[in-house]
Design a protein. Structure first.
Length: 396
């Protein structure tokens, strides 16, 4: 293990960190927000498919799963090839394709075609997001830049969760996909104009890259487990509130509060990078996520539901910022963090359909029990990061 990490560190010498200009950073932030739209939009997304398109939870979950599965597939394919790709071409092209796919989705009302378009959009977004996270991972301080990206996502969440449910209520479910198309179009334009150049590697150096260390793979699996819990529970947050009679206004208010809370964890994680033990943070984050999920899904009264919902995504954002920083240091070639869409969305792709199936068969309470079981796996996986983190100079 030590030899692999040392070898990757040596190979990364030519590009141990790239300094990006202001517009380049802005393009990365916009691309991150567009590419991570599912982290913000899942409850509205699935809720709209159920409420406005009259799909059952399993059918609605499948559409979200197809989008996420497409993102996983493209990320798995592209991330090992990161240093041979033209990121400045892939990023805008992927977002442009996604914008078209969502625009067409807004114009049709046929399940089979909508399913195909969700898959196409996922493939496109996953490609753009992979090269975006690869570029962030090759910056001078990946943890800090990813924390800033998380803050940007929190700002985006406030705007999205504040405006989109109102638009959907006024114009119908197709407004959701119009919003998605607009977000992707803006990201495509910004990426085309200002996506940064990360430098290139010669073919010999690319071929010489050693395989990712086992600790890195366990860390990636732990993030995937948290992504699974996040998507499985978060996709049904809105429906849980509505079906338990809390009211549309109250549930929408909780989602807006969630967006405001999401402004806190990323900058906080950036400030605490050198003050908290990274491995313990990610283990504690997995545990906290399970406890909050259990509270959210078991509560029959509004106050515990609202409190748990408001902080649920924040735990994932805070924990993943630390996980991103650890993985970026364990693999300075950027390949591991370029697989961030695969890490998050492998779990997230399974989450909506798994959650929909559990809800359909056993009710909302089953989501909390599943979250506890998944958290146990994540904690074990993150424990395997400790030796590699020690060698890479990350606080345990």
């Amino acid at each position: 293990m030590a030899q692999n990490i040392t070898a990757d560190a040596a190979q990364a010498g030519a590009h141990a960190g790239t300094r990006y200009g202001g517009f380049g950073v802005l393009a990365l932030l916009v691309a991150h927000c567009a590419g991570m739209v599912d982290l913000v939009a899942l409850p509205v997304w699935v809720g709209t498919l159920i409420g406005d398109y009259h799909l059952d939870p399993q059918q609605a979950g499948l559409l979200a799963t197809l989008f996420l599965a497409g993102a996983v597939a493209s990320s798995v394919f592209l991330s090992p090839r990161l240093n041979r790709l033209q990121a400045r071409l892939i990023a805008p092209a992927g977002f442009a394709v996604a914008a078209v796919a969502f625009a067409v989705t807004a114009a049709i009302d046929r399940y089979e075609l909508t399913a195909g378009l969700h898959l196409a959009a996922g493939l496109a977004v996953g490609s753009s997001l992979s090269v975006t996270h690869g570029a962030i991972g090759r910056s001078l301080n990946p943890h800090r830049l990813f924390a800033i990206a998380g803050l940007s996502l929190g700002c985006f969440a406030v705007a999205f969760l504040g405006a989109t449910p109102v638009l959907i209520a006024a114009k119908g479910g197709k407004a959701l996909f119009d919003v998605f198309a607009s977000v992707m179009a803006v990201a495509a334009l910004m990426s085309a104009v200002a996506f940064p150049t990360t430098g290139s590697r010669d073919a010999g150096a690319t071929r010489a890259e050693s395989p990712l260390d086992r600790a890195v793979w366990f860390g990636m699996l732990g993030v995937a487990c948290m992504g699974l819990t996040q998507a499985m529970v978060f996709a049904f947050v809105q429906r849980i509130g509505l079906d338990r009679g809390f009211g549309f206004s109250a549930v929408t208010g909780v989602l807006i509060a969630l967006g405001l809370v999401n402004l806190i964890p990323a900058p906080l994680a950036g400030l605490l990078e050198a003050r908290l033990p990274g491995v313990r943070v990610v283990q504690g984050g997995a545990l906290a996520q399970a406890v909050i999920a259990l509270t959210l899904t078991q509560s029959g009264t509004f106050a515990p539901y609202a409190a748990a919902t408001a902080v649920f995504a924040a735990v994932m954002i805070f924990t993943h910022t630390f996980a991103f920083g650890i993985l970026a240091r364990l693999d300075r070639t950027g390949r591991a963090v370029a697989a961030t869409p695969a890490m998050l969305m492998t779990g997230a792709a399974i989450g909506p359909i798994l959650g929909g199936t559990l809800v359909k068969q056993f009710g909302y309470g089953s989501l909390g029990a599943a979250a506890v079981a998944i958290a146990a796996v994540a904690i074990v996986c993150f424990s395997r990061l400790a030796p590699g983190a020690r060698l890479a100079g990350v606080s345990e």
